[in-house]
Ligand binder design. Structure first.
Ligand code: PRT
Ligand code: ZN
Length: 286
């Protein structure tokens, strides 16, 4: 019987939907798992376990799951024996220190001898000891942001994305302990067959990520401006140039990366490009 690759993903919560979507974008169909512990993919030798995110590093260390999707915050806090193999680009947040909005915070020295509430004692301890600060760390498992308001702590360390939770609780963000996103992790000792399946899976993930970071661009250019326009377009090898029905004009096709996109589009317009169409790419295999 063919071996299956076992992946652990969050059962419900902030990473669930993006994890299932990633599998789907990789052509792997997952049947509804909300009330299940385990399911099998339709069209890839993959067995999916639905777990609490906190438990995923342990399951991967033990080899119950070969791979898993978790936030880096959980991965580093749990400090289990597992490797990070790929950043997945979703679930982005930061683990930050926050103090009362009216506190006169001038630097980490403020935290010396203070009470800090957090669900991330290991990461906080490491951060503080690197800065030579000693503080009382109070580990609490949820609603960390209310701790200063009820007199339980002088500062907190918690995950932040928009910052509105801190704001609503009268707190301000003062230091970043860790920048985090969802990552794919793997067991340290995978067998040859498992590694081969992981390679196939990673190949798909990378194609999906590349596609997300790139756009397909089509534009019309007067032939006398072609050289200038082509010089602006990197493309995969070089841009495709096709003649238009109208004499003296060409259609130019290329791929642009998201981070340089607006810059290049402006330059293309200045160089005489017209009718610029931008199309999302579904998969990109180089
Ligand atoms: O049940 P289970 O244990 O699996 O889930 P959980 O409740 O422990 O985790 P969950 O689903 O809340 O988060 C899963 C992962 O999502 C985290 O480990 C992070 O890697 C990632 N993530 C990304 C976040 C956030 N953004 C986030 N904003 N996790 C939590 N938050 C919380 C934060 O704790 C705070 O309460 O959102 C609030 C702050 O958000 P803003 O937008 O107000 O700043
Ligand atoms: Zn959790």
């Amino acid at each position: 019987m063919q071996q299956k690759l076992k992946i652990a993903i969050q059962k419900s919560g902030r990473l669930y939907e993006d994890s299932v979507k990633l599998l789907k974008d990789c052509g792997i169909e997952v049947k509804n798992g909300i009330n299940k512990l385990k399911t099998e993919a339709e069209n890839f030798p993959l067995e999916i376990y639905f777990l609490r995110d906190d438990d995923i590093p342990q399951y991967v260390e033990d080899g119950v799951a070969d791979i898993g999707i978790v936030g880096e915050n959980v991965m580093y806090e749990k400090n289990k024996k597992a490797f990070i193999v790929e950043e997945l680009g979703f679930g982005k947040c930061r683990l930050s220190i926050a103090v009362g909005r009216k506190d006169d915070y001038t630097g980490v020295g403020f935290l010396q001898g203070k009470r800090i509430a957090t669900s991330y004692p290991i990461l906080v301890e490491k951060f503080l000891s690197e800065k030579g600060i000693s503080a009382e760390i109070h580990e609490i498992s949820g609603s960390v942001e209310i701790a200063p308001g009820i007199g339980l702590a002088d500062a907190i360390v918690d995950l932040v994305s928009s910052g509105s939770t801190l704001f609503m609780n009268g707190l301000k963000e003062v230091e970043t302990v860790l920048k985090s996103q969802a990552v794919l992790i793997r067991n340290e000792k995978l067998g040859a067959e498992q590694l081969q399946l992981l390679d196939r899976f990673l190949f798909r993930i990378r194609a999906v990520k590349k596609a997300k970071n790139n756009k397909y661009v089509l534009l019309n250019a007067p032939n006398n401006k072609l050289q200038e326009i082509i010089a602006l377009l990197p493309g995969m090898k070089s841009p495709t140039v096709l003649p238009l029905a109208e004499p003296g004009w060409s259609s130019v096709h290329s791929v642009l990366s998201e981070d340089r996109f607006w810059d290049i589009i402006e330059q293309l317009k200045d160089a005489g490009a017209q009718g610029i169409l931008v199309i999302p790419i579904e998969k990109m295999i180089i």
